[in-house]
Design a protein around this ligand. Structure first.
Ligand SMILES: [Zn+2]
Length: 122
């Protein structure tokens, strides 16, 4: 599987795209590609990823101490992740595993793991 040989940011980009696609197909009934709204959030997330200051040592987004998304896009993305996240296990089990592995490997940047939802409150 090619995805294993990609670097961290490319893997993340592939996985985020897969989630957006699932979300769009389900809620916006898009058959091929993405609807206008979803392709906007898709290219937005790609730009954010490209400019991520952690580069290849980037933690998974939910563990990241930096909020690089604007509030609107952040909320949209959070909805997408919340819906698609658990479904990844069934529709893209490999991606789900890779994401899990990446979140274990690169979680050292944050150390407030014992405070669930602390970032939601800020
Ligand atoms: Zn859509």
């Amino acid at each position: 599987m090619r995805i294993f040989f990609r670097n961290r940011l490319e893997r993340e980009s592939i996985i985020v795209k897969a989630m957006i696609r699932m979300y769009c197909r389900h809620f916006h009934h898009s058959r091929t590609g993405l609807c206008k709204v979803c392709s906007e959030i898709d290219s937005y997330s790609e730009r954010r990823l490209l400019h991520c200051k952690f580069g290849k040592t980037k933690p998974v987004c939910k563990d990241c101490p930096v909020h690089c998304y604007a509030p609107k896009q952040r909320e949209e993305m959070r909805q997408i992740m919340r819906w698609a996240g658990p479904r990844m296990l069934f529709s893209h089990p490999l991606y789900a595993l890779i994401h899990l592995a990446d979140s274990k490997k690169h979680s050292t940047i944050t150390n407030n793991k014992n405070e669930p939802n602390s970032k939601e409150i800020q």
